[in-house]
Design a protein around this ligand. Structure first.
Ligand SMILES: NC(=O)c1ccc[n+]([C@@H]2O[C@H](COP(=O)([O-])OP(=O)(O)OC[C@H]3O[C@@H](n4cnc5c(N)ncnc54)[C@H](OP(=O)(O)O)[C@@H]3O)[C@@H](O)[C@H]2O)c1
Length: 275
């Protein structure tokens, strides 16, 4: 990693390469990222590896995607473990923690990124109650269970650790005028509130923060009508959709010592779409 002065400005986003100053290095840390077989989770896992961390990544169905992420992280010279886990299943979450104990003996950064897709493919045809149940089981309950496991591991580590949970910028703005926004706000609003309560409980040893993405180019965005996408862009002050790398850069910051005095925060990465 190149030597930079601590106050030197980082390269402008959107970028994929993390070229961080020393205070943002994750050298020597072990980071776990759930749902790293695609999209934002993959970008975070790769950014963590680029910033110096060894990485444990999880997937549920997309083994090939997880392998691609793992190969990318290994190419950065890091040790990588890939584990299948459904975060809606408590036994899987427990097994995740057991694997961490066995393989690395600790975890410094735990990112609960995994989120159910209720928008594309077969899931788009679920009833609204089924969508609600799935989001609550995966995004909310899965995040709570996994956060508790992270705390269990981190509270016996002298250096503690960092937990990052994935919410949505719209939970602060009331969402949009749609059923889809209501169910997302129900689940992601819970993630936001839970994380703030947890941050109080586990300070000062463990920091807990929340990522609040806005409109980010992942699977959902790629299936949207270009005219709709363009209309959304015009409502974003920074004039474009976000990239997974935009979220990953924020995730590196919050995991690093640069954010040593930051806990209980939701960092919105949304081009100003919700302020
Ligand atoms: N994209 C956006 O605009 C946006 C905005 C706000 C918040 N977010 C949040 O950001 C996170 C990542 O979203 P994304 O757009 O990158 O989605 P994505 O590409 O669909 O990735 C979702 C990841 O979660 C995993 N996953 C799904 N269900 C799971 C389960 N039950 N247990 C464990 N893992 C599971 C998937 O694994 P497999 O594919 O291997 O099954 C995949 O790796 C989600 O929490 C999402 O709600 C996204």
């Amino acid at each position: 990693m190149s030597k930079r002065q601590p106050n030197e400005v980082l390269p402008a986003s959107p970028g994929s390469a993390v070229d961080a100053p020393a205070v943002m290095s994750l050298e020597g840390k072990v980071a776990l990222v759930t749902g790293a077989s695609s999209g934002i989770g993959r970008a975070i896992a790769l950014a963590y590896a680029a910033a110096g961390a060894d990485v444990v990544l999880t997937y549920r169905t997309n083994r090939r995607g997880a392998d691609e992420t793992a190969d990318g992280a290994r190419a950065a010279g890091r040790r990588v473990e890939s584990i299948r886990a459904d975060v809606a299943v408590e036994a899987d979450v427990d097994a995740l923690a057991d694997t961490l104990r066995r393989t690395f003996g600790r975890v410094d950064v735990w990112v609960n990124n995994a989120g159910a897709d209720i928008l594309t493919g077969d899931a788009a045809r679920l009833s609204r109650t089924e969508k609600l149940d799935r989001l609550l089981a995966v995004d909310l309950r899965g995040t709570v269970l996994a956060s508790w496991k992270a705390v269990e591991l981190m509270q016996v580590q002298p250096a503690g650790g960092v937990i990052l949970n994935m919410s949505w910028d719209h939970v602060l703005g009331g969402g949009l005028k749609s059923e889809y926004a209501q169910v997302f706000c129900a689940a992601k609003g819970g993630v936001y509130s839970f994380s703030r309560a947890l941050a109080h409980s586990v300070a000062p040893l463990i920091r807990v923060n929340v990522l609040g993405p806005g409109w980010i180019e992942t699977a959902y965005g790629s299936e949207l009508d270009p005219a709709v996408k363009q209309r959304i862009s015009t409502k974003i002050p920074l004039g474009r959709w976000g990239t997974p790398a935009d979220i990953a850069n924020a995730a590196v910051y919050l995991a690093s010592d640069a954010a040593a005095y930051v806990t209980g925060l939701m960092l919105m990465i949304n081009g100003g779409g919700v302020v």
